[in-house]
Design a protein around this ligand. Structure first.
Ligand SMILES: Nc1ncnc2c1ncn2[C@@H]1O[C@H](COP(=O)(O)OP(=O)(O)O)[C@@H](O)[C@H]1O
Ligand SMILES: [Mg+2]
Length: 342
């Protein structure tokens, strides 16, 4: 019996979503082969052992949060232990999203400890997390990206007037977003230069580095990538349909009940869908990813394919886009988990 540590929560703004992802994995893992052990990381960064029956789901409208009061886990290069007892972990499933989880930090720690883990390694995780690095890598592999600029908070402090002038050359509307963000937090559609400063200031509360991008007009098309029996495969592609009351795919649109759905397969030409799948695999290999990823694109009215981002640990709840795309491709949620653990 392999002992699998499911890591969830964490210090990022996607703490709660990560807990729900872990709950899904816990519910679907094959217990005849694997013994799951759920380790939570609190919002303050403390590692704790969660009891088997801890509710990793929405209860009475309340999102799950890792409690500070659970017994502490010590995680270091000797491995994981709780109250002096080694947890003897064989493999870690870092069901963590965003900074301190999806960005190479936890991967580096697990490498140091010599513990196997699911998902991309240090460099791929870090590069995918930071859009200012991922974009030029994608572009160098022939993928199209949105025009834009990257601004650090230090540059903004000294030079906001000039940056505002530069942003105007992208033509409004533009998108302002943290370079290392997630769940659309701190992301703004900015319609005129008068609104730029406020959007920048808000984005800087999420990250010291912010992207200003030309707003791409088109639909959002996603493709899931999974290594199946050693072969990297792309799922059929889906189109995100967002309730028209939302201006873009923002936090509420992503997580409020019924605000968004995914159309599977996306109602687009077969050759365009196939091309998107090819590009998703290209993006996966460009960043040297492993095991899984969700690759997000824009598709314009004249069928231009523009890559937006790649997520190395996409939302993994049973109703998340990644499992849905695989379900539509013929791979069930428990099968995905089995493939990853294999
Ligand atoms: N350049 C852009 N053009 C059009 N829409 C964008 C652009 N950048 C971001 N968006 C919108 O904001 C959402 C969140 O941005 P994204 O880069 O995917 O960040 P996150 O990592 O938070 O998901 C996208 O799904 C899309 O709706
Ligand atoms: Mg996104």
């Amino acid at each position: 019996m392999k002992r699998v540590a499911i890591l969830c929560g964490g210090r990022s703004s996607e703490h709660e979503i990560s807990c729900i992802s872990a709950g899904g994995i816990l519910g679907a893992i094959d217990r005849s082969k694997y013994l799951p052990i759920v380790i939570g990381i609190t919002k303050s960064g403390k590692w704790v052992l969660l009891p088997e029956n801890f509710p990793l789901k929405i209860v009475d409208g309340q999102l799950p949060v890792v409690p500070e009061s659970a017994p502490s886990v010590v995680a270091d290069i000797a491995g994981f232990s709780c109250q002096g007892k080694a947890l003897d972990i064989d493999v870690v499933f870092p069901a963590l999203h965003g900074p301190f989880g999806e960005d190479g930090t936890i991967q580096g720690m697990l490498e140091m400890a010599g513990i196997e883990y699911i998902g991309s390694g240090v460099l791929a995780s870090a590069a995918a997390m930071d859009k200012s690095f991922a974009k030029p890598i994608f572009a160098s592999h022939g993928l199209k990206v949105a025009a834009g600029l990257t601004v650090t908070s230090a540059q903004w402090k000294i030079n906001s007037a000039e940056i505002t002038r530069e942003a105007s050359s992208l033509s409004y509307p533009v998108f302002v977003k943290p370079a290392r963000g997630g769940s659309s937090r701190g992301t703004h559609k900015v319609h005129s230069h008068e609104q730029l400063a406020a959007a920048m200031e808000d984005a800087f509360t999420f990250d010291s580095k912010v992207m200003i991008e030309n707003a791409v007009v088109g639909s959002e098309i996603e493709c899931a990538v999974l290594e199946i029996d050693g072969v990297v495969k792309a799922s059929i592609v889906g189109k995100i349909s967002i309730d028209s009351k939302f201006e873009f795919y923002d936090f509420e649109a992503k997580y409020l009940d019924g605000a968004t759905s995914i159309e599977l397969p996306a109602p687009i030409d077969q050759d365009i869908a196939d091309e998107i799948r090819v590009q998703a695999l290209k993006a996966f290999h460009a960043l040297d990813c492993r095991d899984l990823a969700r690759v997000d694109f824009f598709l314009t009215a004249n069928n231009e394919i523009i890559i937006n981002e790649l997520n190395t640990m996409p939302g993994f709840t049973e109703t998340s886009v990644f499992p849905k795309m695989w379900a539509a491709t013929g791979v069930s949620y428990p099968e995905i988990i089995d493939q990853l653990l294999k």
